[in-house]
Write a protein that binds this ligand. Structure first.
Ligand SMILES: *[C@@H]1O[C@H](CO)[C@@H](O)[C@H](O)[C@H]1NC(C)=O
Ligand SMILES: *[C@@H]1O[C@H](CO)[C@@H](O)[C@H](O)[C@H]1NC(C)=O
Ligand SMILES: *[C@@H]1O[C@H](CO)[C@@H](O)[C@H](O)[C@H]1NC(C)=O
Ligand SMILES: *[C@@H]1O[C@H](CO)[C@@H](O)[C@H](O)[C@H]1NC(C)=O
Ligand SMILES: *[C@@H]1O[C@H](CO)[C@@H](O)[C@H](O)[C@H]1NC(C)=O
Length: 427
């Protein structure tokens, strides 16, 4: 009897040792071995996440795809399609087309936080906020360690150029596209100084570099580029938003408008920088998110202070700016109109009431986050638009976190969660 007990004990010790060895092996070799292992884990992840967003929106999508011939889709139908009263599942499958100098960095912070909270799988580029821009193509191999994350991603936030065909290939089916635009003149003023254009055009000493440039844009542009349609001062928002590069030189406004209408079919929503809080509330409604998800910092991520930016411009300068940015202007006007049309539709569903409420909550959260000494939490009670929630110091850190740092954090979460799943499978 005693003998059997001893044998059993020894067996247990042996099993224990074996398990430990396996664990150690897993920890040490998970990295290098990765490429040779099969992708079952990521498939599992994928299956689990597939459920989270697409069911509700699947029908909507198919209709839109069938109607890629823009002219054939009556606008009434589109209006009906886009005005959904109720939603059940948040969209967790989307690409943000990050247009420079439009408030897109502040938006990125909101979106990455959401992606982090929903364990989304991002196509991530290791070079700061740049993924593929200025290239117009994107492949799975553009994404860091793409083999580890299965076939399809469900989030992109870094700088890309919108290319639906290319992006649909690497993203989950039913991916939503979100864009952002800013009034073209104010965009121009901002990017002109942000990208150090005065120096580029030899206008650093000028008292009014913006005006000097706009007096005769070609004179300055041709110093640095042979091909004017590629000049960075021309239609850059349209380019990033997916306007085909080989059509950027067109003067044909009908063609411009048709392309813009086509792009509109592919975007679920375009944020308008001038109406930022309103846009976020609209985004929340379109993506079936909660009010908590769109809370943002009132500090701007890339604030610039340069008096030369705000000079007043002559009529001729303004005209020249319009002339070389016709597509941006038409596109901005189009999406601004589209935006206000959705606002009209949502007005009877308490849109403005929600905007007022949202602005107030944003203010309270930012005040709490900037003081945050006494109270551990800020409690936001239930309302017509949100379940009760609370924010704490950790949330505040995230609220003002640099989007690059946020991006790395999400990437580490992805890597970690894939490793964990793999380990579990091996035991
Ligand atoms: C996905 O949803 C279906 C139907 O609602 C359910 O049967 C299935 O278990 C879900 N799969 C996962 C991985 O959650
Ligand atoms: C697009 O729609 C128009 C108008 O309904 C129709 O005449 C045309 O044949 C369609 N083109 C394609 C490629 O479906
Ligand atoms: C968009 O992507 C597709 C597929 O990769 C490619 O064939 C096409 O040339 C791209 N468009 C542009 C403008 O680069
Ligand atoms: C200028 O660049 C555009 C966009 O890349 C291209 O379509 C066009 O052919 C170029 N023009 C010349 C003269 O090279
Ligand atoms: C956007 O559209 C609204 C409604 O049509 C208009 O009142 C407003 O001036 C437009 N905004 C800009 C910046 O053009």
């Amino acid at each position: 009897m005693a003998e059997t007990g001893k044998v059993q004990f020894l067996w247990r010790v042996l099993l224990c040792l074996l398990t430990l060895t396996l664990l150690v092996l897993c920890v040490n070799f998970a990295g290098p071995m990765w490429d040779q292992l099969d992708m079952t884990t990521s498939k599992y992840l994928q299956k689990q996440r597939q459920n989270s967003s697409d069911a509700e929106f699947g029908r909507h999508d198919r209709l839109l795809t069938a109607a890629e011939n823009v002219t054939s889709l009556p606008s009434e139908l589109r209006t009906i399609l886009s005005s959904r009263d109720s939603c059940t599942k948040p969209v967790t499958n989307f690409v943000f087309i990050k247009v420079h100098k439009t408030g897109s960095a502040s938006t990125a912070v909101i979106l990455i936080r959401f992606a982090y909270n929903h364990h989304m799988i991002m196509c991530y580029g290791n070079r700061g906020m740049r993924l593929t821009f200025p290239r117009t193509e994107i492949y799975k191999s553009s994404c860091a360690r793409w083999k580890e994350f299965g076939d399809r991603f469900n989030f992109i936030v870094q700088h890309t150029v919108f290319n639906k065909t290319a992006m649909d290939r690497i993203m989950r089916p039913g991916t939503k596209y979100i864009g952002i635009m800013r009034e073209p003149l104010s965009h121009f003023r901002s990017q002109f100084f942000f990208f150090k254009d005065p120096r580029r055009y030899g206008l650093r000493k000028s008292r009014n570099p913006l005006g000097a440039f706009l007096d005769n844009p070609e004179r300055y542009e041709l110093k640095v580029t042979k091909n004017l349609t590629r000049s960075r001062e021309r239609n850059k928002q349209a380019f990033v938003m997916g306007f085909p590069p080989d059509l950027l030189g067109t003067q044909d406004t009908r063609l411009m408008d048709n392309v813009i209408k086509q792009l509109d079919q592919w975007y679920t929503f375009v944020i308008i920088n001038e109406y930022y809080d309103e846009s976020l509330v609209m985004l929340r409604r379109k993506l079936c998110w909660g009010l908590f998800d769109i809370l943002h910092s009132t500090k701007h991520v890339n604030k610039q202070h340069n008096r030369k930016k705000y000079v007043s411009l002559t009529n001729k300068q303004l005209q020249n700016h319009k002339r070389i940015n016709t597509i941006d202007f038409r596109m901005y006007d189009f999406f601004n109109k589209t935006f206000w049309r959705s606002v009209e539709e949502e007005t009877r569903k308490g849109f403005w009431e929600e905007v007022t409420y949202f602005k107030d909550v944003v203010k309270r959260v930012n005040t709490y986050c900037s003081k945050r000494k006494k109270e551990k939490h800020l409690q936001i009670p239930t309302s017509k638009w949100n379940k009760p929630f609370s924010v704490n110091g950790n949330f505040c850190k995230g609220l003002n976190r640099d989007p690059k740092v946020w991006g790395r954090k999400l990437f580490h979460q992805m890597v970690h969660s894939v490793k964990k799943k793999k380990k579990r499978k091996h035991l």
